[in-house]
Ligand binder design. Structure first.
Ligand code: SAM
Length: 332
């Protein structure tokens, strides 16, 4: 099975298997809690064999230790309990049953550690990808510079479709919502994200980012984290669709005026920056539409030109010399 995975994923799987096969101390539970895993559980009871119960452990494991008595076997009959019960069963099973686990799909480690950045705002660090979601020189300063100043501010008082690749914390979306109150556009904002962060990660991020916390109340902020895969009206002039999908499977079904391309770096996730992937979203840009990103690699500039974009290198935010602002050639 392991040949399906990249090297980093294999390491994570091996690491996770080690955790599972170790004695389960509180610490190892905490480590597991950083991972989103889909696990194949095989439970061999004395009288029957249950195969292939798929367990998606997606919540921070804050319930340790759960008494197994709450989760009678066979767990296959208790799908809602599965998330909580699986670790307890692993824990208890060592003596009462044989329980083997194999990870069939590695989701993403979620590191809930919040890092403060140079401008007093916060970002998150993703341990698996080894990258922060924003610049450590200033998360809000970076987002404002690249996505708001070079992107959003080119539009006012009109209908505006925005696509963001790599929705992450929702920071770009929330800043767009705030800034648009003076720009007066009617925005449809479409965020694409493979690994949505949970509320327990999102809320502290908002609280520790004063530019957001002082301008958006908690109920509104929560809508930037909750309610995936359906369009939400945050205000009459701001509709939000957060789509939980792998960018590689995303096929745009509308035209966009502005694209925020905010994937992790090409060194970390080269697959996000391929010509094939970029072509799909550039094709969905209206003539004269704008594409902005923090990356300014020569190969990206060339790829965008090959896709019919007029590429401009712009001064970057603190700590970064240049960023890209590209416009779709009107003749395309
Ligand atoms: C640089 S961070 C984005 C930061 C975000 N724009 C914000 O304001 O917080 C990159 C994001 O891309 C997401 N991502 C990684 N691989 C992805 C994929 N294949 N499809 C969609 N999103 C992906 C990551 O989970 C992460 O949230």
């Amino acid at each position: 099975m392991l040949h399906f995975f990249t090297k980093k994923q294999k390491n994570a799987i091996i690491y996770s298997n080690q955790i599972f096969s170790n004695k389960h101390t509180k610490n190892t539970y905490k480590k597991i809690s950083y991972y989103h895993l889909i696990v194949r559980t095989q439970i061999l009871c004395t009288k029957q064999t249950l195969h292939a119960t798929f367990v998606h452990i997606s919540l921070p494991i804050v319930h340790y230790p759960l008494p197994i008595v709450h989760y009678p076997l066979p767990i296959i009959h208790y799908p809602l309990s599965i998330i909580h019960c699986s670790l307890s069963i692993i824990h208890c099973s060592l003596s009462i049953i044989h329980c083997s686990l194999s990870i069939i799909h590695y989701f993403c480690p979620v590191n809930t550690e919040i890092i403060s950045t140079g401008d007093g705002s916060c970002t998150l660090r993703n341990e698996y990808f080894g990258e922060t979601y924003h610049s450590i020189n200033g998360a809000v300063a970076e987002s404002m510079h690249i996505f708001i100043n070079l992107g959003l501010r080119s539009f006012s008082k009109r209908d505006l479709n925005i696509l963001e690749i790599g929705y992450g914390t929702g920071l770009n979306a929330m800043l767009t919502f705030i800034e648009n109150q003076s720009l007066g556009n009617k925005i449809f904002y479409h965020g694409i994200e493979k690994f949505p962060i949970c509320k327990e990660t999102f809320m502290p991020f908002v609280v520790h980012t004063p530019d957001i916390a002082s301008k958006i109340n908690t109920d509104i902020a929560l809508q930037f984290c909750d309610g995936w895969n359906s369009e939400i009206e945050i205000s009459p002039t701001f509709h939000l669709l957060k789509q939980n999908i792998d960018f590689e499977n995303f096929v745009p079904d509308r035209q966009y005026d502005l694209i925020y391309f905010d994937a992790f770096s090409p060194d970390t996730q080269p697959e996000m920056w391929t010509m094939e992937n970029l072509r799909r979203i550039i094709n969905s840009l209206v003539p004269d539409g704008i594409f902005v990103t923090y990356c300014c690699k020569g190969i990206l500039k060339q790829t965008l030109r090959d896709l019919g974009m007029i590429v401009k290198r712009m001064p970057g935010p603190k700590g970064k010399r240049h960023v890209i602002r590209a416009t779709k050639n009107i003749a395309q």
